[in-house]
Structure formats: C-alpha cells, structure tokens
Design a protein around this ligand. Structure first.
Ligand code: SF4
Ligand code: SF4
Length: 61
C-alpha cells in the first residue's frame, strides 16, 4: 500500500495536488493539503511532481 503525506510547514495551499490526483486523495482543509482518501492512493506520484513546494511524500509500505 501507499501512504501519501504532507509537510504542512511547506504546503502553501495552492491546490495543485487536489487537482491532479486521479483518485481524489487530497482535499484542502484550512488552506493546507490533507490526504482524506489516503486509502485510495495508487502511488503514481503525480502529486509529488505537481507540488512545487516539495511538501508531499508518498511512501510504499
Ligand atoms: S501541491 Fe503542495 S503546496 Fe499545493 S496544496 Fe498540495 S501539498 Fe500544498
Ligand atoms: S501518488 Fe497519485 S494516487 Fe497517490 S495521492 Fe498522489 S496523485 Fe493521488
């Protein structure tokens, strides 16, 4: 399984990850990305590439 996570100190709430994730893992909450559907993550890393702040990591367990 894949575990997407965000460094909220780096996240600026741009919403790029929300837009790009094909399975709607990300939502903005209080202007920070939150992996609300983390169970759906398939490890494509589109969000990692889209985040210009380098705030997202996706770990494979
Ligand atoms: S793309 Fe990066 S900076 Fe933008 S909302 Fe997502 S985690 Fe935050
Ligand atoms: S790795 Fe892919 S599926 Fe997982 S949260 Fe990022 S964009 Fe969505």
């Amino acid at each position: 399984m894949f575990v997407p996570s965000v460094d909220k100190d780096k996240c600026i709430g741009c919403g790029e990850c929300v837009e790009i994730c094909p399975v709607e893992v990300w939502e903005l909450q209080d202007e920070k990305a939150e992996p609300v559907n983390a169970d759906e993550c398939m490890g494509c890393e589109s969000c990692v590439e889209a985040c210009e702040q380098g705030a997202i990591t996706v770990e494979e367990l």
